[in-house]
Each structure stands twice: as C-alpha cells, then as structure tokens.
Design a protein around this ligand. Sequence first.
Ligand code: GLC
Length: 544
Amino acid sequence: MKGARNQRNIRRKQVLVSTTDGGPWWRSAVIYQVYPRSFADGNGDGVGDIGGIRAHLGHLRDLGVDAIWMSPWYPSPMADAGYDVADFRDIDPVFGSLTEAETLIEEAHAAGIRMIVDIVPNHISSEHPWFKAALADPDAPERELFWFRPGRGENGDEMPTDWRGEFDGTTWTRTADGQWYLHLFAPEQPDLNWDHPKVREEFESILRFWFDRGVDGIRIDSAALLLKDPSLPEVMADTPHPFHDLDGVHDVYRAWRRVSDSYDGDRALIGEVWMPEVERFANYLRPDELHAAFNFDLLGCAWDPVLMRESIDRTLHAHAAVGAPATWVLSNHDVTRHVTRYGREDTTFSFDNNLDGTPVDLELGTRRARAAALLSLSLPGATYIYQGDELGLWENEAIPEDQRQDPMWARRGHGREGCRVPLPWSGDESPFGFSTVTPWLPQPADWKGLTAQAQSGDPSSMLSLYRSAIALRRAEPGLHEPAMAWIDLHPEVLAYCRGAAFACVVNMSGASVALPDHESLLLASGPLDGDRIPPDTAVWLRMR
Ligand code: GLC
C-alpha cells in the first residue's frame, strides 16, 4: 500500500507567491514552529496530532504566518520526543498517517501557508532497521553505517574517546559483543557514518520523498555535526574539532542543493548552523549549498540593550557577508519560554546555566515579550515563532517528576517539558480545548486568560499584537527594505530604521523616553505615557 503510493507521481507544482515584493519567500518569511505533540489533539488521546493541526489551520491563517516548520512527526520510539527517527518516510501513528500528512500539506498550501519538514541527519533511532541489523551481528555490513569502535584500556572497557555529548552525558555505549557505538545525543540516537555512500544516498532519497509531496523547505537538525574525524582525536583547543564543522560536510549540502534545485518553486534548505566565525558560517551559505541558516544567538542573549545590539550586529554581519537572510528566534521546543526568561533577574539562556525555580515576575516577562515580538518581527530577515509565543505562554515549571521523560532531565536536571505543554485553545479549565481528555503534560490553571479564544476579541492581547504586527510587516513598505540602520536615541534604547519610512524603538531603560519625531504611530507593545515610551515597551513608527 505504502509502496504503491510512493510510486505514484505526486510531484506537485508550487503555486505560492513570494511573501514580499523582493526575493524568494524564505528570505523574509514568518515561520511558525509546530510541535505536533502539543499543538492540538484531534483524536482524543491527550496527544496532539495532524487532525488537530488541520482543525486549527485557521488560527495560523488569521495569525498571518507564511510557513509552518513541523518538528519531527515520523515513527519514533520517542526517546528524544521524535528526534530519534525510526522511519523518515512515514508518520508516527500517534500523529496520524502519511495520507493525512499529504492532506495537511495541501490544505496548508490552500490557506497560503508553506510547509517545512524537519530532517535529522546526524543520527537515527536505535529502533531503525539499520541499527537493529548492526546490533544483531558484529559482522553485519550495517555496522559500517554507524561508528562502532573497540574501547580503550586493557579490556576495552573505556570509551573510545572522552568526547562530551550534547546532553552532557557519555557519547559512547558498549554493546553486548564488547564494541562501542557513538551517539552525540542519547544512546537511543546512534550517529550515522556520513563517509558511507549508502547514508548519503538514503538522505537524498528522503529529501526527494518529501519534495515530491510538495513540501517547500527542509529544516536540517544539527547540520554542522554530520562528519567525524575517523582518527577520533580528542577535542582540544587549537586543533581542528573532531566532529563540529568538518570541511567534508559541505559536499553533503552541495548534493542536497542539487536535489532541491531539481524541483520547481522556491524549495529551501535551512540548516541549524550557528558559529560566530563569519568565514566558517558563510561556507554553508555558498550559492551551491544551503539557502538559509537558523541561529540562536538572540535567543541566548540577556534583555540588555548593549548585548542585544551586539548580537543583532553579529548576526547581520555574518549573514551580510554571504548575502543570506538573517533568522530571528526567541523561543523553541528546547529552551525556557521567553516570557519566563525575561521575567527573571538573569535573563540569559544557556543549557549550562540552569535557572529553573529562580523567581519570575510574569508581568514583567510578558511586557518584555511583547516588546521582543516587535523587535524580532521588524529586523531584516526571516522570523520564527514557536507555538504559544503568540499567546504569551510561560514555562510550566510545575511539571511533576514522574511526567518528565526528556533525556535532558536525567542528565542535566533541566527538562524541556516546561516549554512543550499543550496549547490552551478555549474554555476555563484544562484541557482548554486542546483535547477532550487529560493532556499528556499538565497545563497551568492560570492559562484560562491566555486561550486563543479569550485573546481573539481582545485588542490588548498578545495574540492581537502578533496579528497586527504580522499584518503590518506585509503592508508597510519600510519593512520590506533589505537593511536596517541604528538610530542613537539613548544608550539603553534599541532604535533602528528600515529605510527612511519605518522605525522601531525598544525602550530597555528603567525610565520612559520621548517618542522620536515621526509621522504616525503604527503599533505599540503596551500603553504609552502621552508622547513617552515607558520602560520595556516597543513602538513601530512611520517616519516623515
Ligand atoms: C536538536 C533538537 C532537539 C534534539 C536534538 C537531538 O537540537 O532541536 O530537540 O534533542 O537536536 O536531535
């Protein structure tokens, strides 16, 4: 059945138009990240699914987003919430079926929304048939598709290297026959050997599988990690890194670009790549490689005018050097929601600095998050919204330990569940229209004021702010200008213009500041104080 469907010629012609007058859509799109487990539950099992997404496409259309980035929806044992993929050519039954995914792609296109799927090439699930075959027999040819190595020490019982994993755990696990295999993430996520032609062929075929189904873009998880130095040196300062940003990775993306270029429409490859060294970063965005890169510099940055300005400059500089669009992200499924971050004394984010449980002023955090929305939606480039940002959701820090499943919890003491809580759609109590039964993670009772329904008709709500800002982003010619320039108003105020006709001013100081001379006020993140902008408030201005 599935085979028959695969063979059908379902290459679809892309009919969507560019989002602004200028370049292709991916240069300036507003991209909404759907985390499928937590968006909406269509079949009443307490877990989000494709049926739920289809039922709420109107929310995304009314919000005005240009594209959906779908976090992994493939069959997976969910050891890392779907980033452990067992089959890239199907949909996990908890989310629905491939046929439903195809329908969603069509319906999204009909609503004017593009679709980006998430491909995780660095590793696969330990339940993938390749790894099962590799594990079953030390002589199986599938061993070559992974990094199996003997251990060090007399009995081979020491790991082959001392590399530190992304979850801060070990990076090697020993098998029953005594060999070790590499996993930069959880043990259930064995790293693939990208020196093997079969791995390369397989992923090019997976890209075609999804492009054939009409998807407009591929988000590439951990894109700089694929290649490893086969001599397995330790990580040391002043020597080339053994698994980050190896030169050979560029051949992989050149081949992928040939695949995406063979399709009609503006199909985009968007890599999760970030390194502040401009030259290394720029290599990924050469004309025959990726279209865009996805970075987290602003996300980790404190609510601080000097540091934010530096982060914006660093990001714009790195992208300008290669003519690529910058990308702006405030939150995602891995990090503490920014309403909570901005309401703490320490407003930075880093996996190495766990601030869970430190005091939070949610009112302050919300005020800043509103200002940050106007900042991230008016900088040049593409902007990502993580589901629930538009509702002003905060981190749920009260998740009971027995509901923590994230591999990061055991290893770092910070679980990522708090930002993955099911969305509140309507009603006065959990499940807030997300489901008809108890959701897979608890929703705070206080979210009753934050449901999409409650916010929809309220002009002062976060949802209304996002809708207005996204509509203005389309309508205001100044926001289509490719560049921005700083305006020096005050050392603790971020102010910049896009061309001559548009300015954004974010007051990050502790006192109100005067509105600069302008033609009209387009939007404000909060009430103004006469002609003054209160602290932690942003405005969009049409300039004379
Ligand atoms: C990416 C994902 C994260 C996942 C990791 C391993 O960083 O965003 O959720 O745990 O890759 O695949």
